[in-house]
Design a protein. Structure first.
Length: 221
Protein backbone atom coordinates (compact mmCIF):
# COMPACT_ATOMS: atom_id res chain seq x y z
CA UNK A 1 0.00 0.00 0.00
CA UNK A 2 1.28 3.45 -0.89
CA UNK A 3 1.55 6.30 1.58
CA UNK A 4 -1.27 8.82 1.78
CA UNK A 5 -0.35 12.38 0.81
CA UNK A 6 -2.25 14.76 3.06
CA UNK A 7 -3.50 17.92 1.44
CA UNK A 8 -5.45 20.18 3.79
CA UNK A 9 -5.64 22.88 1.15
CA UNK A 10 -8.97 21.28 0.25
CA UNK A 11 -10.36 23.00 3.35
CA UNK A 12 -9.35 26.53 2.36
CA UNK A 13 -10.30 25.94 -1.26
CA UNK A 14 -13.82 24.92 -0.24
CA UNK A 15 -14.33 27.12 2.80
CA UNK A 16 -17.62 28.45 1.42
CA UNK A 17 -19.03 24.90 1.46
CA UNK A 18 -18.08 24.48 5.11
CA UNK A 19 -19.42 27.90 6.10
CA UNK A 20 -22.72 27.25 4.33
CA UNK A 21 -23.01 23.83 5.95
CA UNK A 22 -22.23 25.16 9.42
CA UNK A 23 -24.76 27.97 9.13
CA UNK A 24 -27.40 25.53 7.87
CA UNK A 25 -26.68 23.19 10.77
CA UNK A 26 -27.13 26.02 13.27
CA UNK A 27 -30.23 27.29 11.46
CA UNK A 28 -31.97 23.91 11.38
CA UNK A 29 -30.98 23.15 14.98
CA UNK A 30 -32.21 26.54 16.22
CA UNK A 31 -35.59 26.28 14.45
CA UNK A 32 -36.02 22.70 15.67
CA UNK A 33 -35.28 23.84 19.23
CA UNK A 34 -37.80 26.69 18.99
CA UNK A 35 -40.44 24.16 17.96
CA UNK A 36 -39.32 21.57 20.50
CA UNK A 37 -39.57 23.91 23.49
CA UNK A 38 -43.37 24.43 23.35
CA UNK A 39 -43.80 20.72 22.58
CA UNK A 40 -41.70 19.89 25.63
CA UNK A 41 -43.55 22.35 27.86
CA UNK A 42 -46.97 20.99 26.83
CA UNK A 43 -46.06 17.34 27.30
CA UNK A 44 -43.91 18.03 30.34
CA UNK A 45 -46.87 19.63 32.08
CA UNK A 46 -49.04 16.84 30.73
CA UNK A 47 -46.84 14.32 32.52
CA UNK A 48 -47.83 15.79 35.88
CA UNK A 49 -51.44 16.66 34.96
CA UNK A 50 -54.22 15.62 37.30
CA UNK A 51 -56.09 14.25 34.27
CA UNK A 52 -55.08 10.60 33.83
CA UNK A 53 -55.78 10.63 30.08
CA UNK A 54 -53.51 13.62 29.54
CA UNK A 55 -50.85 11.92 31.67
CA UNK A 56 -51.21 8.73 29.64
CA UNK A 57 -50.92 10.50 26.27
CA UNK A 58 -47.97 12.59 27.43
CA UNK A 59 -46.18 9.60 28.90
CA UNK A 60 -46.78 7.56 25.75
CA UNK A 61 -45.29 10.31 23.58
CA UNK A 62 -42.20 10.66 25.77
CA UNK A 63 -41.56 6.93 26.04
CA UNK A 64 -42.08 6.29 22.33
CA UNK A 65 -39.82 9.14 21.22
CA UNK A 66 -37.12 8.15 23.71
CA UNK A 67 -37.34 4.55 22.57
CA UNK A 68 -37.22 5.11 18.80
CA UNK A 69 -33.83 5.90 17.20
CA UNK A 70 -33.71 9.38 15.71
CA UNK A 71 -32.51 8.00 12.38
CA UNK A 72 -35.60 5.77 12.09
CA UNK A 73 -37.87 8.68 13.02
CA UNK A 74 -36.31 10.95 10.40
CA UNK A 75 -36.66 8.33 7.68
CA UNK A 76 -40.28 7.63 8.65
CA UNK A 77 -41.22 11.32 8.67
CA UNK A 78 -39.52 11.96 5.34
CA UNK A 79 -40.69 8.90 3.41
CA UNK A 80 -44.08 8.29 5.06
CA UNK A 81 -45.47 11.45 6.64
CA UNK A 82 -43.66 13.66 4.17
CA UNK A 83 -45.45 12.05 1.23
CA UNK A 84 -48.79 13.27 2.54
CA UNK A 85 -47.71 16.68 3.81
CA UNK A 86 -45.12 17.43 1.09
CA UNK A 87 -42.56 18.42 3.70
CA UNK A 88 -39.35 18.08 1.76
CA UNK A 89 -36.01 17.29 3.36
CA UNK A 90 -35.59 20.69 5.04
CA UNK A 91 -38.84 20.75 6.99
CA UNK A 92 -38.85 16.98 7.39
CA UNK A 93 -35.52 17.30 9.18
CA UNK A 94 -36.71 20.18 11.38
CA UNK A 95 -39.96 18.46 12.35
CA UNK A 96 -38.19 15.18 13.05
CA UNK A 97 -35.59 16.86 15.26
CA UNK A 98 -38.26 18.93 17.02
CA UNK A 99 -40.50 15.96 17.80
CA UNK A 100 -37.56 13.88 19.00
CA UNK A 101 -36.02 16.65 21.12
CA UNK A 102 -39.41 17.66 22.50
CA UNK A 103 -39.62 14.37 24.39
CA UNK A 104 -36.36 15.04 26.21
CA UNK A 105 -37.35 18.62 26.93
CA UNK A 106 -40.64 17.31 28.35
CA UNK A 107 -38.67 15.35 30.93
CA UNK A 108 -36.53 18.40 31.70
CA UNK A 109 -39.66 20.53 32.20
CA UNK A 110 -41.33 17.84 34.32
CA UNK A 111 -38.34 17.54 36.63
CA UNK A 112 -38.03 21.32 36.80
CA UNK A 113 -41.65 21.77 37.86
CA UNK A 114 -41.48 18.94 40.37
CA UNK A 115 -38.30 20.49 41.76
CA UNK A 116 -40.25 23.57 42.88
CA UNK A 117 -41.39 23.10 46.50
CA UNK A 118 -45.05 22.08 46.69
CA UNK A 119 -45.61 24.80 49.25
CA UNK A 120 -45.27 27.39 46.46
CA UNK A 121 -48.32 26.03 44.67
CA UNK A 122 -50.26 25.62 47.90
CA UNK A 123 -49.51 29.20 48.96
CA UNK A 124 -50.57 30.54 45.54
CA UNK A 125 -53.81 28.55 45.61
CA UNK A 126 -54.60 29.70 49.14
CA UNK A 127 -54.20 33.32 48.01
CA UNK A 128 -57.03 32.84 45.50
CA UNK A 129 -55.16 31.92 42.33
CA UNK A 130 -56.46 29.22 40.04
CA UNK A 131 -54.25 26.20 39.30
CA UNK A 132 -53.16 27.58 35.93
CA UNK A 133 -52.58 31.08 37.31
CA UNK A 134 -50.36 29.65 40.04
CA UNK A 135 -48.55 27.49 37.51
CA UNK A 136 -47.97 30.38 35.09
CA UNK A 137 -47.10 33.10 37.61
CA UNK A 138 -45.42 31.22 40.46
CA UNK A 139 -44.25 27.72 39.56
CA UNK A 140 -43.10 28.04 35.94
CA UNK A 141 -40.85 31.10 36.49
CA UNK A 142 -39.03 29.23 39.26
CA UNK A 143 -38.88 26.04 37.20
CA UNK A 144 -37.46 27.98 34.25
CA UNK A 145 -34.35 28.93 36.20
CA UNK A 146 -33.83 25.26 37.03
CA UNK A 147 -34.31 23.94 33.49
CA UNK A 148 -32.33 26.58 31.61
CA UNK A 149 -28.90 24.88 31.93
CA UNK A 150 -30.14 21.37 30.93
CA UNK A 151 -32.18 22.97 28.16
CA UNK A 152 -29.04 24.61 26.79
CA UNK A 153 -27.26 21.25 27.04
CA UNK A 154 -30.07 19.72 25.00
CA UNK A 155 -29.33 22.24 22.26
CA UNK A 156 -25.79 20.89 22.13
CA UNK A 157 -27.16 17.38 21.73
CA UNK A 158 -29.48 18.67 19.02
CA UNK A 159 -26.57 20.10 17.02
CA UNK A 160 -24.79 16.74 17.14
CA UNK A 161 -27.99 14.85 16.29
CA UNK A 162 -28.52 17.11 13.27
CA UNK A 163 -25.68 15.29 11.51
CA UNK A 164 -28.16 12.44 10.91
CA UNK A 165 -30.45 14.54 8.73
CA UNK A 166 -28.01 14.15 5.86
CA UNK A 167 -29.59 10.70 5.39
CA UNK A 168 -32.80 12.30 4.10
CA UNK A 169 -30.90 14.77 1.92
CA UNK A 170 -31.19 17.87 4.11
CA UNK A 171 -28.39 20.29 3.31
CA UNK A 172 -26.14 20.86 6.31
CA UNK A 173 -22.52 20.38 7.33
CA UNK A 174 -22.39 16.59 7.15
CA UNK A 175 -24.09 16.34 3.77
CA UNK A 176 -21.85 19.05 2.33
CA UNK A 177 -18.85 17.14 3.65
CA UNK A 178 -20.08 13.89 2.05
CA UNK A 179 -20.53 15.61 -1.28
CA UNK A 180 -17.08 17.21 -1.06
CA UNK A 181 -15.42 13.89 -0.25
CA UNK A 182 -17.11 12.27 -3.26
CA UNK A 183 -15.56 14.85 -5.59
CA UNK A 184 -12.15 15.42 -3.98
CA UNK A 185 -11.51 11.99 -2.41
CA UNK A 186 -9.97 13.80 0.56
CA UNK A 187 -11.92 11.96 3.25
CA UNK A 188 -9.32 12.23 6.03
CA UNK A 189 -8.86 15.98 5.62
CA UNK A 190 -12.55 16.76 5.22
CA UNK A 191 -13.86 14.61 8.07
CA UNK A 192 -11.09 15.75 10.40
CA UNK A 193 -12.06 19.37 9.78
CA UNK A 194 -15.79 18.62 10.10
CA UNK A 195 -15.13 16.96 13.46
CA UNK A 196 -13.26 20.08 14.55
CA UNK A 197 -16.15 22.32 13.44
CA UNK A 198 -18.69 20.30 15.44
CA UNK A 199 -16.38 20.37 18.44
CA UNK A 200 -15.95 24.15 18.11
CA UNK A 201 -19.72 24.69 18.02
CA UNK A 202 -20.49 22.42 20.97
CA UNK A 203 -17.52 23.58 23.05
CA UNK A 204 -18.49 27.23 22.58
CA UNK A 205 -22.04 26.49 23.67
CA UNK A 206 -20.72 24.53 26.66
CA UNK A 207 -18.75 27.57 27.79
CA UNK A 208 -21.84 29.76 27.43
CA UNK A 209 -23.84 27.27 29.51
CA UNK A 210 -21.24 27.37 32.27
CA UNK A 211 -21.46 31.16 32.41
CA UNK A 212 -25.26 30.98 32.60
CA UNK A 213 -25.10 28.39 35.39
CA UNK A 214 -22.68 30.52 37.41
CA UNK A 215 -24.89 33.58 37.05
CA UNK A 216 -27.98 31.64 38.10
CA UNK A 217 -26.17 30.20 41.12
CA UNK A 218 -24.91 33.66 42.12
CA UNK A 219 -28.45 35.05 41.95
CA UNK A 220 -29.82 32.24 44.10
CA UNK A 221 -27.10 32.78 46.67
Amino acid sequence: MGSYDYDFSVISQNKDIFIEGTLKTLEISAIALLLAIPIGIIFGMGRISRNKYIRLISSAYVEVMRGVPLLVLLIWIFFVLGQFLKLGSYWGAIIGLAIFTGAFIAEIVRSGIQGVPKGQMEAARSSGMSYWQAMRLIVLPQAFRRVLPPLASQFIMLIKDSSLISVIGATELTLNAKNLVSTTFRSIEVWTFVGFVYFAMTFTLSMIIRVIEKRLLSREN
